[in-house]
Write a protein that binds this ligand. Sequence first.
Ligand SMILES: [Zn+2]
Length: 309
Amino acid sequence: MSVLLLTHRACLAHDPGPYHPECPDRLRAVLAALDAEEFADLVRDEAPRATREQLMLIHPARHIDAILGITPEPDERVALDADTLMSPGSAEAALRAAGAGVAAVDAVLAGGIRRAFCAVRPPGHHCEPSQPMGFCLFSNAAIAARHAQVAHGVARVAVVDFDVHHGNGTQACFEADPSLLYISSHQWPLYPGTGAVSETGVGNIVNGTLPGGANGAAFRALWERDLLPALDAFAPGLVIVSAGFDAHARDPLAQLRVLEEDFAWLTTEICVIAERHCQGHVVSLLEGGYDLDALATSAAAHVRALRDA
Ligand SMILES: [Zn+2]
C-alpha cells in the first residue's frame, strides 16, 4: 500500500544559521533516503501553504502576524529566542510545513490513500499557541488535528509523539479539550522541562518519561504498558504522529538509545491501532532528529513501516 510523501523545497530555505542542529541538511538526508528504489511507489506531492484560516485553528492572529511579519534581510537572522531563529526563507518554510499536515489530512480522509508522511521543517511540537520556541514557528501537528475536526468532522483526533523531547506546544494546544488526545514519550529530565507524568490535562494528556540511557527495550515497554493502551482506549478517528527521531542512540541532543527497528516497531503498533478504529488512517509529520545518518535511516524505517503495516 502506498504512502503519500509531502514536502516542499521551501523547507530547505529555512536556515537558522551555521552550527544550528536544525539545519537544511536534515531534510536533504531524509529526502535522499526516501529517493531509494524501494520507495519508488511513494505518491509524491508538493506541500501547499497553510492558509491564515487554518493557522487560526490554533494560533491567535497576533502570533501569525508576528511570524509572517519577520522578514530578515539576505544573510540576516532574527532570533525569537536562543534556539529559534528566522532567516529570509523561514516564514515560507513554516507555512509549507503547516500546510503539509493539513494537506496530508485532506488526502487521507478523502480516501484512496491511508497514510502520509510530511518531510518538512521547521518542526512544530514545541510551538505553543502564542509562543514560538524550540526551533518551532507554528504548531504543525495541532493545526492538522484541529483541521481534521473542523473540515472533516472527525470527532476524536490523537497525536502520538515519540520525539525525544516533550511536545509542550501540542500539549498546550490540546490540554483543555477532551476531543483531542496527546501522547508523548520523552527523555526526562530534558528540554523543554514539561511533560511530567502528572500533567494529564482533562484526562487527555498522557506523558511517559524515560531516563537518559534508556534503550529500545525500555522505549517499547513504556509504549506497550502505558501509552499504546491509552491510544487504543481513545478510539481515535485519525492518528497524527509527531515523528522525531532524536531518541536515536546516535543523536547528539539527547541520551536515549532507541534504534531504527524500535521506531519501525512503534510505527507498526500505531498503524495496527489505527486499523482498528479509523481505517488505518495515519498522518505523520517530521519533528526532530539531529544525527543526519541516524535521521535518514530512522525516517526510512518509519516510512517503510507506514507502507507495510
Ligand atoms: Zn526533539
